[in-house]
Design a protein around this ligand. Structure first.
Ligand SMILES: Cc1cc2nc3c(=O)[nH]c(=O)nc-3n(C[C@H](O)[C@H](O)[C@H](O)COP(=O)(O)OP(=O)(O)OC[C@H]3O[C@@H](n4cnc5c(N)ncnc54)[C@H](O)[C@@H]3O)c2cc1C
Length: 847
């Protein structure tokens, strides 16, 4: 509201100015100055151009008085700011002293976490003027022949072996032959280099394998993800000594060792750096010889693969109280590899994660003695554990959970689109009701977004990036979108999704969604603390430079660098304010887009939101400082804006990578609209909750001068998008590409597709029965088999047509039907049937 009022005032003031003496020339002058700010000139270039403009303005008849006086004072100030020694003495030094006092102290651990990974497209979004060529020039991810062969061969074979009901309900584990297959066919060795016997897959191939398995079995996907994610193999690859690599990596690649990684414990979950588990440097006996080593005491829980692991990657805090290593006593977080059979370890019991029985359990160690060589990377890496973990998390978080979740979402869309076509109510396929269409469209749009994010980001990793902030964005948003898709799939399936049994292909995927939400940095923490918290310092073009400069022990160099960063920062903020205002006012119509065609507008909107976001970030950081970390609601919303822009960019790049396929345009439009609408709403929420209301008003005027004009995807678009997946279209195939959709007896994804194709082919016949039979009264049966029989008798359909319809009905009902069980088949313990003697003769009830 305030924004709209301010905009109105601006327009009225401009109109008034035009009617006054020198009004037009004043407007031209102001527009020229705004244009300079928009174009982001350096301070000197701005000052020179401003001088020329002011001279012209004065000669052309600028109105005399206070306004003109102010402009000359401003010009004088600008020239003074160009004299660096003067501005350093008068502004930079005092400001830096105050800044240092406000700057929260940062531990080595925090600094390492902040500096881990690389800054990629996320950094561009912080500039307010992202350079699209950086993103668009990146190569589209591609599978090598060997990777494709793995997906078509062993991966397909694995999917065929998996029976999720047998695994989740009957065995409570993967069958032994599946374990063997996973271990011996390289599924646990995707990230291990070929020279150690691994597959050495690209990040993209790794992601595609997980997505495919996940479309078939949540249990198998989780089991496969862990050895390829943050854990012993990954840590050894990057930090292991040659001896450790030569010993462990071939054994892990052959599946002779099964790894797990134990960080979390009962007392330290999200705040993982606070683990109380200890490793004390001391002398002890190791295989008959006395050596210097570590005495470990730890209690860990929730550890995936722990019950079956043969080697435990362990994170603990290392101390050297007797200074046996000669340095500090508190050495810090350290990672080591501990063989399962080391005396003192208790392992083997299992947790039961939401009915999806991948191996997960606690592990404890009491006075476990290992030599110092057990430290990953050897004694030289003692105390570097936290850095190792956060560095590798930058990559791992972009792959495991995003890929598993995307594979499951693709399977959900594939199944739901087909089910909504073959399931009719009120004589209409349920997928044709507008209310259902909007839900299916959301599933499609979100799945496209997830697929774009995981594949484009995997491509960036293959190009050498370790994108730490995007890894947090993917972790949070892809898993949240996956949760939404899982919910939607259940809704569209109605009771079919709820009744557990071998015929239920949705429920385990639905049940496991909170696991993806919780692991690798729980989502609430990731949204509120990590995405923006890390991004603001890591990606901002000036903040880290200012912090580093302020802390520089060499004062002269520090002041010099701080001065450059500070004045760069001020110009940057002013420019973003102007850019935000102009682009919001013009709806970014005049902003340069790197492509032509239907998607160009979305590029323009991303640039507009980037400027508004960068401006809001600077105002928030300048006024709230360290308090912003505590205002999690504000940080979370800024993180959402950043993520929406990042994900929209991924969607646009994915569309380019896939060859700008025209059929996908409605989906791309849905995805971009949804994301940019979210960006607007979160920015609006940020302004509504900003504590300084006057500043919030100013920001609102510069960010939303026309109010909230960006709209969410509409019903017509939803209709177009839903139609793409409720029929056998190319867009449906492309969206869901990579899942296990082979047509075979026990694969619901293949069978649903077959039934959906039949539904389309037989629709004219069904219509004929309705029009010529039901409406004329020649066909009176209420169910399809009866109608087919009567239509055949009445000569409405031929024998062959009736046979095709009967076959279709059989196949469809086979998919629509659900399971039922005898009472004693459910539950793991027999329940006695209690009969109430007083109600003898009545139905017995289960106690
Ligand atoms: C199935 C499963 C498998 C796992 N596998 C492994 C494994 O292999 N190895 C391993 O080491 N760990 C593993 N974990 C542990 C996992 O990483 C932790 O569960 C996770 O880090 C969260 O810790 P917590 O469960 O103790 O939640 P808590 O830390 O108790 O958090 C509770 C809630 O508070 C939120 N929260 C906490 N702090 C903040 C904050 N500052 N701002 C906002 N919200 C906050 C969290 O997001 C969460 O929602 C696994 C967990 C599960 C469930």
């Amino acid at each position: 509201m305030l924004g709209a009022i301010v905009s109105l005032l601006v327009v009225l003031a401009a109109a008034y100015a035009v009617t006054q003496v020198g009004g037009v020339i004043t407007l031209v002058f102001v527009a020229a100055v705004l244009f300079l700010a928009y174009r982001r000139l350096s301070l000197l270039a701005f000052t020179v151009t401003f001088t020329v403009l002011l001279a012209l303005y004065t000669t052309a008849g600028a109105p005399a008085g206070i306004w003109k006086g102010l402009l000359w004072v401003l010009l004088a100030g600008l020239w003074l700011l160009n004299v660096r020694p003067l501005r350093k003495a008068l502004i930079t030094r005092p400001f830096m002293a105050a800044y240092l006092k406000l700057l929260p102290s940062m531990s080595q651990t925090e600094r390492e976490a902040l500096e881990a990974g690389t800054v990629w497209w996320d950094g561009e979004l912080f500039t307010g003027a992202p350079n699209w060529s950086k993103l668009l020039a990146a190569k589209a991810p591609r599978l090598s022949d060997a990777e494709q062969a793995f997906l078509d061969g062993p991966c397909e074979e694995l999917c065929r072996m998996l029976d999720e009901w047998h695994i989740t309900h009957e065995l409570g584990d993967l069958p032994p032959e599946v374990w063997e297959f996973l271990k011996t066919r390289g599924f646990f060795a995707m990230i291990i280099p070929k020279r150690y016997g691994g597959l050495e897959f690209s990040a993209f191939a790794h992601s595609c394998v997980l997505a495919k398995i996940s479309s078939r079995s949540a249990t198998a996907a989780s089991t496969t993800a862990v050895p390829n994610s943050l854990g012993p193999a990954e840590l050894l690859n990057h930090y292991g000594t040659e001896e450790q690599k030569n010993y462990y990596l071939p054994r892990l690649a052959r599946g002779e060792e099964v790894p797990c990684f134990a960080l979390t414990g009962p007392r330290a979950g999200s705040d993982a750096a606070s683990i109380p588990d200890t490793g004390i440097v001391c002398c002890g006996m190791w295989r008959g010889t006395e050596v210097v080593g570590l005495k470990l005491n730890f209690t860990k829980r929730y550890i995936t693969l722990a019950p079956v692991a043969t080697v435990i990657g362990l994170a603990f805090r290392m101390f050297d109280p007797d200074k046996l290593l000669g340095g500090k006593t508190d050495i810090g977080i350290t990672c080591a590899l501990i063989p399962r059979d080391t005396p003192g370890i208790t392992i083997g019991r299992r947790h039961f994660p939401l009915n999806v029985p991948f191996q997960n359990g606690p592990v404890q160690g009491r006075d476990v003695f290992v030599p110092l060589d057990a430290i990953i990377g050897g004694p030289a890496m003692a105390g570097s554990g936290w850095r190792m973990l956060v560095e590798q998390l930058s990559v791992g978080r972009c792959i495991s959970l995003p890929s598993n979740t995307t594979g499951a979402a693709k399977a959900g869309v594939w199944a739901t689109g087909a089910y909504a076509r073959i399931r009719s109510q009120f004589n209409t396929p349920v997928g044709r009701f507008e209310g259902v269409e909007s839900v299916i469209a959301r599933m499609v749009g979100l799945t496209y977004t997830m697929d774009a994010a995981r594949s484009v980001t995997a491509g960036a990793i293959d190009g050498g990036e370790k994108p730490s902030v995007p890894s947090a964005m993917l972790k949070y948003h892809v898993t949240e979108m996956g949760r939404q898709v899982a919910n939607d799939a259940m809704d569209v399936h109605g009771g079919k999704g709820i009744m557990l049994g071998p015929r239920n292909y949705l429920a385990r995927g639905y049940e496991i969604t909170p696991v993806a939400i919780t692991v690798e940095g729980a989502n609430l923490l990731t949204r509120n603390l990590i995405i923006f918290g890390q991004g603001a310092i890591r990606c901002h073009p000036f903040v880290l430079r200012e912090m580093t400069a302020a802390r520089n022990a060499d004062r002269t160099a520090g002041v010099d660098e701080f001065d450059r960063a500070l004045f760069g920062h001020v110009g940057f903020t002013i420019s973003n304010a102007v850019r935000s205002f102009i682009m919001a006012l013009t709806h970014a119509r005049f902003t340069r887009a790197p492509v032509a065609g239907a998607t160009a507008r979305y590029y323009q909107h991303v640039v507009r939101f980037s400027a508004s976001f960068a401006f809001a970030v600077d105002v928030a950081m300048l006024t709230l400082g360290g308090y912003l970390k505590k205002k999690e609601g504000l940080s979370a919303r800024l993180g959402d804006v950043l993520s929406a822009m990042y994900l929209a960019s991924m969607v646009l790049k994915h569309y380019e990578n896939q060859g700008r396929r025209a059929e996908d345009l409605p989906i791309v439009e849905w995805a971009c609209r949804n994301l940019l609408y979210n960006a607007q709403e979160q920015l609006h929420g940020f302004l509504r909750n900003f504590p300084n209301r006057a500043l919030a008003g100013v920001m609102r005027a510069l960010i939303f001068p026309r109010g909230l004009v960006y709209s969410a995807p509409g019903d017509r678009l939803a209709h177009q998008v839903a139609a793409l997946v409720t029929a056998p279209t190319e867009a449906r195939d492309w969206l869901c590409y990579g899942i296990y959709w082979t047509l075979e007896p026990h694969n619901p994804l293949g069978l649903l597709q077959e039934a959906m194709i039949l539904a389309g082919q037989l629709e004219p016949l069904l219509k004929r029965i309705r029009v010529e039979g039901v409406k004329t009264g020649r066909v009176t049966a209420l169910d399809l088999p009866g109608q087919i029989q009567q239509a055949l008798a009445a000569g409405i359909v031929s024998e062959t047509e009736a046979a095709a319809l009967r076959e279709y009905d059989r196949k469809t009902m086979d998919l629509i039907n659900v399971d039922d069980f005898a009472s004693e088949e459910l539950g793991t313990k027999a329940q006695p049937l209690e009969v109430d003697p007083a109600a003898a003769g009545q139905r017995p009830h289960v106690a």
